[in-house]
Design a protein around this ligand. Sequence first.
Ligand SMILES: Nc1nc2c(c(=O)[nH]1)N[C@H]1C(S)=C(S)[C@@H](COP(=O)(O)O)O[C@H]1N2
Ligand SMILES: [Mo]
Length: 441
Amino acid sequence: MKKAFRTERSAAELYADDPERADALVWNRRGALKGAALAAMGTAVGGAISFSAQMPEGTLPALFTRPAAAQGASGPQMMRIDGKVEMILQGERPLVLEAPETALDDAVTPNDKIFVRNNGQLPEVASNPDGWRVTIDGEVNTPLTLTVAELRSRFQNVTLQLQMECGGNGRAQFQPQTRGNQWGNGAICNAAWTGVRLRDVLRAAGVKDSGRYTGHFGADPHLSGATDRAAISRGMPVAKAMDEDTLIAFAVNGGPIPHINGAPVRMLVPGWPGSLSQKWFTRITLLPQPHRGQGMGGTSYRMPVRPIVPGSSNDGADFADMTSMPVRSILSSHAHGTRLAAGTRSLDLRGAAWAGDHTVRAVHASVDFGQTWTEMRVAAPANRHAWQRWEGRVALPSDGYYEVWYRATDSEGRMQPHAPANWNPQGYGANAISRAAILVG
Ligand SMILES: Nc1nc2c(c(=O)[nH]1)N[C@H]1C(S)=C(S)[C@@H](COP(=O)(O)O)O[C@H]1N2
Ligand SMILES: [Mo]
């Protein structure tokens, strides 16, 4: 049986009260966690730390560094809106809601568990969804304006499970903290989207040789209400637009798209930053050079090519646009901070993993601070660009405090790293191994 528990204090509280004592507690004299310090740490996390001898030097228990929902007031702020399960509130204006990892326990993400990332205001609900118009213009032979009904009837309809992940997913891992929503791993969904292939529509318009990049537009007003500014307007190289999995979607999970997730029609650019997947989609333009819309250039959705000093300022001029998202995994069977009955000696774990345009080759879990790793079973993706479910069992030798560490390896052999790499001002690409605290007894 799972039950919430409270820790006595968080690392932040410890440090705020008495930094010297906190340091002594956490680091001891030689920088290793042992003896009295270990006992005190165990008290603080609510149970003796199992495998403490394996804890890498300088590692703090995950329950200190990342408060759990089960810790009540010190945990993340939750919010429930119509049509969604209870989500982690990342921002109210614009509204941004993250799915808790345990909400992502379905192979196909239901509508009420699709995260929300708005940059502007919500547009009005379309009174006639089928009559909503989408324009294709710019470097094309025949500019087109098509209604949703025409899109549906003129082009082949396809249904695919597709990852849609915010470019900043995992941002909370970065130290120093970067600007933007402090996402955990929950800015991801894998719903079944129905629509037409963008490439079929682009071919109907006839992309000229000069049409090398796209620019995307939507109907949501800018947060300020200014009518000459877009809430967000991103674009990509035409090759990604021509990928057979890049869709103009008018349905999700067999029904209409929820308004907050982009109804009546949105783009789906799987495996690349979610910001490309224009909601309330109205127009795509073909360009000879990269689009200069809101969210393009500078440090937006761009990463350093050569690492920069963490915390330094940078105009991003030398950065490169993000393309395929890095490998990441979630644990959906057990929430961080779960307490299990005394005597529990094994855990059946499950979750999902994905790797942008690539696939996931392996997922491993460790309950001894990374000393030994158990290989999980990883299912094949339902289709290209779908996430992959994983499951497996780990043994727990005694009662106490554990951390489940979980990490995926992509088809290119790249593994989630031990710490987020390539710090950048807007906090993209943090995909370090995740740690979920579990208390037995
Ligand atoms: N029109 C429009 N499209 C948009 C956005 C937006 O604010 N407006 N946000 C983008 C971002 S940053 C992400 S991560 C995804 C989120 O989609 P969701 O809210 O359905 O989860 O939509 C993208 N498309
Ligand atoms: Mo995003």
